[in-house]
Every structure is written in structure tokens, then in C-alpha cells.
Design a protein around this ligand. Structure first.
Ligand code: ATP
Ligand code: MG
Length: 409
């Protein structure tokens, strides 16, 4: 059995909110360790300790912690008494059969009552390791860094620091609702907000049964992947095919994409308000496709009274692809499917839609009714990590109903 020490960086800077942020991170870590035998989690003098971790749980725990926002880094560590000789023995024991050409010691002393200062610990312990193992000290680029952290009644020794994703613990920044298409971009946009501490609800518009179920299956899989980062996800599926048909019947081709987006945004806003979300999120980036121009974005946004966040707005496609690969969503996103927008997509969408023109075209539609009905018939499902796998599409789904609201995760 050993400990894992979790370090947070950014949340250490957040003044009076700090205890609340740390508490949230502790809660999230506890939730993430569910199902792993008897790990105890506690906040401890500027870091978080996971105690009683077993060797067999380590690789799964590593996988889970390396996805949890709010963690700057974490290390597998051994507890030691606050006594220099005991610390030395434990470190030498931990080094075991390890062979390296260079090393250094990095010490941090949270309790200043310890008789040696951090530089003295580094020098003394470094000297003892060098005489025991014959390794060179390299302060700049050591092959191995031995870390010692001294707290008030115990110390931790560790040999490897694992990177976390950084950001803020999920839940400290409120709720948002992300329009999730099943393409490459929107999962990355959702992740960006998850990483900033938001709980992100996902809203998918599909054209089933006009098109196959593929887009919903892809989105379910993407939602499951994103749940590994935020631990709880609410996913809404909105039937959009009939609305698109109506648009095709009345709206000239160049304006259709902007009008689809305006309708999506209105429906999403209705759902977001019913579920306590205070902003909408999309995966758009300026100029990425013909419809994603500043003019069009302005015309699209004007239907929403909630802020529309576009975390990818200034990114290149390749940067987004790289991030999607890191997240694990890329492989799902590239599975071919008939996007509800490609079905009814005009060859030449307007790049500079004018608001007056768009509003005139929309006046042929019963916008309020369509939006109301689509939001009321949205089907919502909750996912959790690590407790439950995704439910089959017939099980556990809840239709929103006329108010468009439901209980809260
Ligand atoms: P993505 O890779 O996210 O699909 P994209 O480059 O294909 O993005 P568009 O298809 O123009 O771009 O969509 C722009 C944004 O509109 C998406 O990032 C997403 O937020 C939203 N969106 C588009 N289609 C849907 C859909 N079927 N359901 C939910 N949101 C959608
Ligand atoms: Mg798309």
C-alpha cells in the first residue's frame, strides 16, 4: 500500500474561494476512485493525499487521475515519519534496483519546524544517495528526481511526477450547455469548458428516422468519453429532421445553414434555461467553413439571450484535431455518418447573411411553436463515470415535457 499526492496549482491562487475549490477537487477525486478498493482521500496542507492505494489499482487510478481537471500533477509516494534518518532509509529502500546516470533531490517543507531547511535536506539527502549508489548529481537535467515533502507530522517521498490536465475542478464554474454534433470540433469545445471547471450538458440534434441512428450512437460514445473528464454528463437528443424539412420548403438555399443554427440555438437555449445552464457552447472557429464567418455568427447569436461561447474560435483545424486525438474523441468523430446538416446542406451557404434577410425568410416558419415542441420532446439521459456504463437507448431516457426542465445532476 502506498499514497498518491495530488498537487493543484491554479486553484491555489483563488483567494477566499480556495477552501471551496479544494473541497470540490477532493469530492471529485473521491467520485473518481469509486470501485477502487478502500482509498482514503483528504486535503492536507496545500495538497491532497490518497491513502491506502494498492499496486493492483495503480494503473487504473493513474488513468483516472490523469483526466481529472484541477490536478496539476500527482505522484505515487511513500509515507515517512518526520525524521531525517528515517526519510533517508525509506528513500534508499525505494530506489531498490533502479539504475540511473544522474539524479537530484527536490525538497519542500510545509512545516518550518523541521530542523533542516529545504536546501539542507536536498544537499544532505543527495550526499547520502550519492555515496550509497554512486550516481552523479545533475541539478538541471537529472534522469531521476527524488522528491521529499515535509508536512507537520509526516513526510512523503516520491520518485516520479505524473502530469495532470490542469484547469479547475469540475463544478466550480457553473453549468453550460454545448451543442454537440458528433464531428471533431464540438467535443473539443465541450472539453475546454469542462477543463475550466464547468459542468457541461450536451445537446445533440439528429434527423432520425430520416437518417440512420449513427449520429446518436457517435454522440453517445463521445458523451461517454467526456464523462471520464467531468464524471457526470446529461445528454439531450433533439429530433431536428422535421424542422429541417420545413426550412427546406420555405427558405432559399444560401440562408438555410444560418437558419438551422438559429433554430438550434433557440432550442438549446430553452433546454439550457430549464436545466440551470448559464451559457451555450459551440465548436465553431472563424473561417473554418463557409458558414462560420463573423457576420454569420452575429446573426446566429442574435436569437440567444444567453452568451454563446466558442472556445475554439481562434484555433486552426490541425490544432483542434491534435486535441481531439489527445482526448480520445477523434476516432469516434471521424466515423462516417450523415450529419443532419449535410443532408439538407446547400452547395453555397451565405457567408454574409444579413439579419433582415434572415428574419424575413424565417417569418414563413412558426418558429416559436417549432422551438417549443422540439425542446419539450428532447430526450435526456444521464451518464456517470466510473459507476455506470451508458444505458441502452431505450432504457433510462427521460422526455423533457412542456416545461423543458428536469431534476438536476
Ligand atoms: P463539428 O466538428 O463540431 O461538427 P463543424 O466544423 O462540422 O463542427 P458545423 O457543422 O458548421 O461545424 O457546426 C458548427 C457547430 O454547430 C458545431 O461545432 C456544433 O457546436 C453545432 N452543431 C452543428 N451540428 C450540430 C448537431 N447536429 N447537433 C448539435 N450541435 C450541432
Ligand atoms: Mg459538424
Amino acid at each position: 500500500m502506498f499514497s498518491v499526492i495530488v498537487h493543484y496549482q491554479e486553484i491555489a491562487l483563488k483567494g477566499r474561494n480556495r477552501p471551496w475549490f479544494v473541497e470540490r477537487l477532493v469530492t471529485n477525486i473521491r467520485a473518481a476512485t469509486l470501485g477502487l478498493g478502500g482509498i482514503k482521500v483528504r486535503a492536507l496542507m496545500g495538497r491532497i493525499e490518497l491513502h491506502q492505494v494498492s499496486d493492483e489499482d495503480w494503473s487504473e487510478l493513474h488513468r483516472r487521475l490523469s483526466r481529472l481537471p484541477g490536478i496539476a500533477n500527482f505522484s505515487r509516494a511513500v509515507r515517512a515519519p518526520c525524521d531525517f534518518d528515517a526519510i533517508t532509509d525509506i528513500v534508499l529502500g525505494e530506489l531498490g534496483g533502479l539504475k540511473v546516470s544522474s539524479f537530484r533531490v527536490t525538497a519542500r517543507r510545509a512545516d518550518k519546524r523541521f530542523p533542516l531547511t529545504s536546501p539542507q535536506i536536498e544537499k544532505e539527502l543527495g550526499g547520502r544517495i550519492r555515496s550509497a549508489r554512486g550516481w552523479d548529481v545533475d541539478l538541471e537535467q537529472p534522469e531521476l528526481t527524488v522528491r521529499v515533502e515535509i508536512l507537520n507530522d509526516l513526510a512523503f517521498c516520491s520518485l516520479r511526477k505524473e502530469p495532470g490536465v490542469g484547469g479547475l475542478p469540475c463544478g466550480v464554474s457553473g453549468r453550460v450547455a454545448c451543442l454537440l454534433s458528433g464531428g471533431i470540433d464540438s467535443p473539443v469545445a465541450a472539453y475546454r469548458l469542462i477543463k475550466r471547471g464547468c459542468r457541461v450538458r450536451l445537446i445533440h440534434f439528429h434527423s432520425y428516422p430520416i437518417l440512420s441512428h449513427t449520429s446518436q450512437d457517435k454522440v453517445a460514445e463521445i458523451a461517454e468519453l467526456l464523462t471520464q473528464y467531468q464524471l457526470e454528463t446529461r445528454l439531450y437528443a433533439v429530433a431536428f429532421g422535421d424542422i429541417q424539412r420545413k426550412v427546406v420548403l420555405t427558405v432559399p438555399p444560401p440562408l438555410r445553414v444560418v437558419i438551422y443554427r438559429r433554430l438550434m440555438l433557440r432550442i438549446a437555449e430553452r433546454i439550457a434555461r430549464g436545466s440551470g445552464s448559464s451559457a451555450l457552447v459551440t465548436g465553431e472557429a472563424v473561417g473554418q467553413v463557409a458558414s462560420q464567418t463573423l457576420d454569420n455568427m452575429a446573426v446566429i447569436d442574435s436569437v440567444s439571450t444567453l452568451p454563446v461561447l466558442r472556445p475554439l474560435v481562434g484555433m486552426d483545424k490541425q490544432e483542434i484535431v491534435d486535441e481531439a486525438r489527445r482526448l480520445g474523441t477523434y476516432q469516434v468523430s471521424i466515423i462516417p455518418d450523415e450529419d443532419c446538416c449535410t443532408l439538407f446542406m446547400p452547395k453555397h451557404p451565405a457567408t454574409r447573411a444579413r439579419r433582415t434577410q434572415v428574419e424575413a425568410a424565417e417569418s414563413a416558419l412558426l418558429v416559436e411553436e417549432l422551438v417549443e415542441e422540439a425542446a419539450a420532446n428532447a430526450v435526456c439521459r444521464d451518464l456517470r463515470f466510473p459507476t455506470t456504463a451508458i444505458q441502452p437507448s431505450t432504457g433510462g431516457d427521460v422526455r423533457l415535457g412542456a416545461t423543458g426542465s428536469e431534476g438536476s445532476i
